[in-house]
Design a protein around this ligand. Structure first.
Ligand SMILES: Cc1ncc(C[n+]2csc(CCOP(=O)(O)OP(=O)(O)O)c2C)c(N)n1
Length: 279
């Protein structure tokens, strides 16, 4: 589906805004955070929440809603920024990031309004997504389940057990998205555990697969608004991205998978990002 210019501009600016809020949380908490995998997934989460998901922020438990499971739970900071911008709760809640007893931590919890799954230990989201998608079929609900994973997360055997089951049950209401930033946590995915040919692997497990540019909001919108890719098959979207996108020293650099910035670097990177907003 073709996106109009107003929506395109809105999605681009919301992406920047979500990254700025994430930076503020990481820096003001004094804890730092997962910059790399947050910034690679920012366009995707923004497009999903502001153009694709059938959700009602004022009624997060609405029975007819689409479910979103963030399996790479370490990007909780970005996720809560996107949820706040979409109206699930006020931005003031973000200042509680990583405080004792706060709903918002370095990984997702079910205390976050709108969060469907508590993640952090990688490799579990797709199994939960298969169960939710099967339940929707049984209940004759037309809504969908989206599960967002990291590419390094595809090293987990449990991902492939769930992938096999989704193919068997022909879950065309299930969408797996993979942030293909080519980086794990201490090096490139291909040096730690080669994943290629990733498209063929998912296809061989019974999935319909598409690959998109994960930093192009129009391309993301187009693919995500034309699902399922094929009837009677679960959909897998391989989202090609750059880890740390938007901050030059972080781009493609696994050393910023998790980082704490000093005040000077923080301000410099923050100002640079802010300038990317379009009028
Ligand atoms: C089961 C499990 N093993 C190891 C970790 C530690 N860990 C946290 S993030 C990460 C890297 C994951 O890489 P990827 O899925 O590609 O995430 P992204 O680059 O998108 O942030 C690892 C190994 C974990 N959280 N869970």
């Amino acid at each position: 589906m073709v996106i109009d210019k107003e929506l395109e501009k809105k999605l681009k600016n919301l992406t920047i805004e979500s990254k700025l809020l994430t930076m503020e949380m990481f820096h003001e908490s004094g804890q730092g955070g997962h910059y790399g995998g947050s910034f690679s997934s920012a366009e995707f989460l923004t497009v999903l929440y502001n153009g694709i998901l059938k959700i009602d922020p004022k009624n997060p438990n609405w029975k007819e809603r689409d479910h979103f499971i963030l399996s790479k739970g370490h990007i909780c900071g970005l996720f809560v920024a996107v949820l706040a911008l979409r109206g699930f709760f006020g931005k003031e809640m973000l200042s509680t990031y990583d405080e004792i007893n706060s709903a918002i931590g370095m990984h997702t919890t079910l205390m976050i309004p709108g969060c469907e799954f508590a993640a952090g230990s990688l490799g579990h989201g797709l199994s939960a997504g298969v169960g939710a998608a099967l339940a929707k079929k049984i209940d004759k609900l037309s809504s969908r389940v989206f599960v967002h994973m990291g590419d390094g997360e595809n090293d987990e055997g449990s991902v492939w057990e769930a992938a096999m089951a989704a193919g068997k049950f022909k879950l065309d209401n299930l969408v797996a998205t993979i942030d293909r930033n080519m980086m794990n946590y201490e090096g490139s995915t291909e040096s730690i555990m080669p994943l290629e040919p990733l498209e063929d692997k998912w296809k061989s497990f019974g999935w319909a697969v598409k690959t998109v540019n994960g930093h192009d909001v129009t391309e993301l919108y187009d693919v995500l608004s034309s699902l399922p890719i094929e009837q009677d098959k679960p959909s897998c979207i391989i989202i090609k991205t750059i880890k740390g996108k938007g901050i030059p020293c972080m781009e493609g650099n696994w050393e910023y998978h998790y980082a704490k910035l000093n005040d000077e670097d923080y301000q410099e990177h923050y100002n640079l990002l802010e300038k990317c907003k379009c009028n």
